[in-house]
Design a protein around this ligand. Structure first.
Ligand SMILES: *Cc1c(COP(=O)(O)O)cnc(C)c1O
Length: 377
């Protein structure tokens, strides 16, 4: 099955009993047992729910894993994966990860004795040097947010494996339509399904997919024990959104390419960050490991003032955090998504005050370009 077909016919595509072509929303907490301890596969909805299971099966198939797990948010999914480790374990993490991932590691999980080092994982030599005797996991985000740096997943996972580390990849920006980290050697894939998978700015959800059956069992144990599961309504809504992931990603990318071309030629734009640009430092790796470059673009407007001015003038770009939806979104990372990073850290990473990030939506690209053109005047 090819990707777009899999998005529509994969998982559990409907209801056997009635022929309903959409999976029913099993709005239920508990299940009647035939005899004490003898149930029909479901006993309590934290442990398992048929609507959630249909989503989890679909996610596992799309990422090529043995099992998928749906959580109440991307951060809940990441927390659950982190719970597989223990006090004293060290985790290596991409340096410009999502701000919430940085916060989780440095302000929450540090209290439980997990330690973390942030490293530019797009530089494999630096990655290798940062491995310590107690390092147990490599956590990669690629492409990153907001600078769209790319880590070579296959090479990084191979270094990790040699040192006995598990590799976790946050595939939120890539989506399973463009990029499949498990096939490149990763052990876990994470998604903020709030973004492209849902795609309509109407649901907060997280997904984890695992390759190894034992690790899948371990993660199910954590999911059931800590309980941050996705409810049946949201599971259904997410599957509804995912059916169009393929055509949406194709169109996001088509629009992004045109906007990148426009911005690159514009005199008021200092630099444009997009992995599909041949001048992007990791362009070749992006081309090798993903089938597409995605719909996220960042550009430097020159100063915080100029960036703020653009954000105030645009009509079709909604000033908001988040990404991956049908509507185009615009933000200034230094003031919004990455405000929780200390200013010095932002500076070191290259997240300037004038950096503008756009999540290209599915509007007519001519309107989007006109809008940006007016705002840049
Ligand atoms: C949004 C996001 C998250 C967090 O997901 P939530 O669903 O908001 O909890 C994690 N990683 C990346 C790359 C994100 O963009």
């Amino acid at each position: 099955m090819r990707k777009k077909t899999q998005l529509i016919h994969g998982g559990i595509p409907g209801d056997e009993q009635t022929g309903a072509v959409s999976v029913p929303i099993y709005q239920v907490s508990t299940y009647k047992q035939d005899r004490p301890g003898q149930h029909r596969g479901y006993e309590y909805s934290r442990t398992g729910n048929p609507t959630r299971f249909a989503l989890e099966k679909l996610a596992a198939e799309l990422e090529g894993g043995t099992a998928g797990f749906a959580f109440a948010s991307g951060m809940a999914a990441m927390t659950a994966v982190a719970m597989l480790f223990k006090q004293g374990d060290h985790i290596l993490m991409t340096d410009d990860v999502y701000g919430g991932s940085f916060r989780l590691m440095t302000k929450v999980l540090n209290r439980f004795g997990l330690t973390v080092t942030f490293v530019d994982t797009s530089d494999l030599a630096k990655l290798q040097q940062a491995i310590q005797p107690d390092t147990k996991a490599l956590f990669i985000e690629t492409p990153t947010n907001p600078l769209l740096k790319i880590t070579d997943i296959k090479e990084a996972a191979s270094i990790a494996r040699k040192h006995g580390l598990l590799t976790v990849v946050d595939n939120t920006f890539g989506t399973p339509y463009w990029q499949n980290p498990l096939a490149l050697g990763a052990d876990f894939v994470l998604h903020s399904a709030t973004k492209y998978l849902g795609g309509h700015s109407d649901v907060v959800a997280g997904i984890a997919v695992v390759k190894d059956p034992q690790l899948a069992e371990d993660l199910h144990f954590i999911q059931n024990s800590t309980g941050g599961v996705l409810g049946p309504q949201d599971s259904w809504l997410l599957m509804r959104g995912m059916k169009t992931l393929g055509i949406r990603m194709e169109e996001h990318e088509r629009n992004a390419r045109e906007i990148v071309r426009f911005l690159s030629d514009h005199p008021a734009v200092a630099s444009v960050y997009y992995p599909g640009l041949e001048t992007h430092p990791n362009h070749e790796i992006a081309k090798k490991q993903a089938r597409g470059f995605g719909g996220m673009i960042s550009f430097d407007a020159g100063s915080a003032e100029k960036a703020a001015n653009i954000l105030e003038k645009v009509k079709y770009f909604t000033l908001a955090e988040s990404l991956g939806a049908v509507e185009s979104l615009i933000s200034v990372p230094a003031l919004m998504t990455h405000a929780s990073l200390p200013a010095e850290r932002r500076g070191n990473l290259g997240i300037t005050d004038g950096l503008v990030r756009i999540s290209v939506g599915l509007e007519d690209v001519e309107d989007l370009i006109e809008d940006l053109g007016n705002a840049l005047k």
